[in-house]
Design a protein around this ligand. Sequence first.
Ligand code: NI
Ligand code: MN
Length: 227
Amino acid sequence: MATLTYYGHATWALETRGIAILMDPFFTGNPLAPTAAGSVRADFIVLTHAHGDHYGDTIEIARRTGATVISNFEIVAYCQKQGVAAAHPLHIGGGAAFPFGRAKLTIAHHGSSFPDGTYGGQPAGILLEVEGRRLYNAGDTGLFSDMSLIGEAGLDVALLPIGDNFTMGPDDAAKAAGLLRARTVIPQHYKTWPMLVQDPEPFKRMVESSTDSRVVILNPGETFEIR
Ligand code: NI
Ligand code: MN
């Protein structure tokens, strides 16, 4: 059984069959992170985009653990210049097989520059298949109707931003849930800073009254079992 641990903001660890996959590892400067970059396990690091609150501690963790960085071509090339030895470039619409299963990049409507201003290519969402389960991480994005295509394959879990300001807020994220039709929806990218303050409870009520999805609200440090 795969497990999904929330580290606050948009940082996640997916563990499957002893393999640790970090998504958007933002620990240093993340006021919600219950642990430090120096103490997390990683065999793979998957990045949705280059913004500092997602790229985060990628270089430090990859150097320490030897983890393989998976992201778009531009982000992978940038990480390799920073000394990351193992990396696998993908791009939007493309996926590949990995020891944990499969990873594919999907569209996201957002920006993607590194903290130093370097262009990070197009931002993405991530579709992961592990142990016969499908997880969609929308990354940072506005609402788009092609989410219904992403949902067609059947999603077990959808991670959706609800923080508003930089991404979908609760109303649009509830519409996204209706298009994606995932079994479980978990909100992310909220509460981190005053601009992102949101109460996830009304979002949960909205989604559960208008879709068949169940909303699970995780506090930083909590783990969800993907059954
Ligand atoms: Ni962003
Ligand atoms: Mn962000």
